[in-house]
Ligand binder design. Structure first.
Ligand SMILES: C[C@@H]1N[C@@H](C(=O)NCc2ccccc2)[C@H](O)[C@@H]1O
Length: 451
């Protein structure tokens, strides 16, 4: 084991109220919004199929040209209350918005740069309006912040020369100042989502990231930061050089999920962030370039994350003028319709301690010991659901969440293993079977009193 002085700051898993709320939220909305939403992946009539928020680099656009987009940023269709309502109806409990992406443009009026919302035709504190509207809908707000900053003159990928080091010291001070400014201006913020921390410059500054996490958590007690924020003094990221998780939850699942049978992943808090197209975070005008995920695909990812103790952060990329494309509004509604009937198997739920089975996913509420949720995505050909619980588990009753009065016939196959009879009728959506267990104190388990 290496001696690590600048690794994990907070003992995990955190059991404070703020973290318990984060954990119970399970479902969040990611918003990528910035100057990149104006060109939307198309530059001088050419469509670039890469992620729209990288158009500057994929189209080889100079910083001066790119930055002049600032004078076109005027989201006249932006209605924070409407956005927050859409998110509420979709069933998310938290939102994470890009305050500053790699391009360096800030959605809030920052004292530390002119490359911000104040110097656009919009002028107003857009981020403040956003936070207020989402909080009023009861949605927790977390802020995405990219350390990587293509605009800032002091950004350096590697620190080779003394000049590089002097410049990056200024960049570090700028970063710390902006983050403290965000927490000062927006005290209701629950978390910070760091990105753009993969380069050598950051890996060479593990102690700085440790001290920064400490300072930010002193400023905003209960603050939740992702593992991507951190490097230790040896340059190890997310996990320190002894494999100990840093930050408050693991944030390496980007556009991918763990294997559904992976149990190790349930040991830590973690979050998967996901795009609707294959790889577009910012608004891209052309959504014919790749597969666009359906609501059933996205619901399955949300359920899988919950089943393995993870959160699911689904990304939306609004247009430069401040409205969402119709396909995103439609998906939000379809997911929200499903959540209206089934959110009880998501909110405050997690790993049921059971092996993954072919019909779908188990989830279990943190509040109940004798109920288990089966979320079905694959109806079995033989019409019976094989359910393997822990040895000694006795099913008292099994029924559809949507038809609680009608119990399934049960056939016990072995200790803790049953067949449930089929669900009649067509099921176009994923559906839930509730398994009620005999509680451990029932007569069967009553210990004889010792007298
Ligand atoms: C959460 C996502 N992380 C960003 C990302 O993939 N960055 C990768 C990257 C790699 C190399 C140069 C710039 C950016 C995406 O733009 C999203 O913000």
């Amino acid at each position: 084991k290496k001696e690590v002085k600048y690794g994990q700051l907070t003992e995990l898993p955190r059991q404070d109220e703020a973290m318990k709320k984060w954990r119970s939220n399970r479902f969040g909305q990611f918003i990528h919004w910035g100057l990149y939403a104006i060109p939307g992946g198309i530059w001088e009539g050419k469509t670039y199929k890469y992620a729209a928020e990288f158009l500057k680099s994929s189209a080889g656009i100079s910083t001066a040209t790119w930055d002049s987009l600032q004078y076109q940023f005027n989201p006249v269709k932006f209605d924070a209350k409407e956005w927050a309502k859409m998110a509420k109806d979709m069933g998310v409990k938290y939102v994470t918005i890009t305050t500053k992406h790699h391009e360096g443009f800030c959605l809030w009026p920052s004292k530390y740069t002119d490359f911000d919302i104040e110097n656009t035709p919009y002028r107003k504190d857009l981020l403040g309006e956003f936070i207020k509207a989402y909080n009023e809908e009861g949605i927790d707000v977390s802020l995405y912040y990219s350390v990587l900053d293509w605009h800032h003159p002091d950004w350096r990928y590697k620190l080779n020369t003394e000049e590089d080091k002097a410049a990056f010291e200024r960049l570090k001070a700028f970063t710390e100042n902006q983050l403290l400014e965000l927490l000062e201006r927006y005290p209701t913020v629950k978390g910070l989502w760091f990105d753009g921390t993969w380069d050598q410059c950051w890996k060479d500054n593990g102690k700085f990231s440790y001290d920064l996490e400490k300072k930010l958590k002193e400023k905003n007690p209960g603050l939740i930061v992702n593992s991507r924020m951190r490097a230790d003094e040896y340059g190890s990221r997310h996990f320190d050089s002894n494999g100990v998780l840093m930050g408050d939850y693991e944030s390496g699942y980007e556009r991918r999920l763990p294997n559904p049978w992976d149990v190790a992943v349930t040991k830590n808090d973690w979050e998967c962030c996901m795009t609707i197209p294959e790889n577009q975070w910012g608004y891209h005008k052309d959504w014919t370039l790749t597969h666009i995920k359906t609501s059933n695909e996205l619901i399955e990812m949300l359920v899988q994350c919950t089943s393995q103790n993870g959160n699911f952060l689904l990304n939306f990329g609004p247009r430069g003028e401040g409205n969402f494309r119709e396909k995103e509004v439609k998906l939000a509604k379809e997911i929200g319709d499903w959540m209206d009937d089934n959110s009880s198997v998501i909110y405050n739920c997690g790993y049921a301690g059971l092996k993954k089975q072919s019909w779908g996913y188990f989830t279990k509420s943190s509040d109940s010991d004798d109920a288990i949720n089966m979320v079905v995505f694959n109806k079995p050909i033989n019409g019976k659901y094989r359910v393997k619980l822990n040895k000694g588990s006795i099913i008292k009753r099994a029924y559809l969440l949507s038809k609680p009065k009608k119990s399934f016939n049960l056939e016990e196959i072995a200790n803790g293993e049953y067949f449930l009879d089929d669900v009649k009728g067509k099921c176009k959506d994923p559906f839930v079977i509730i398994i009620e267990l005999e509680d451990k104190d029932s007569k069967k388990f009553k210990q004889k009193a010792l007298t």
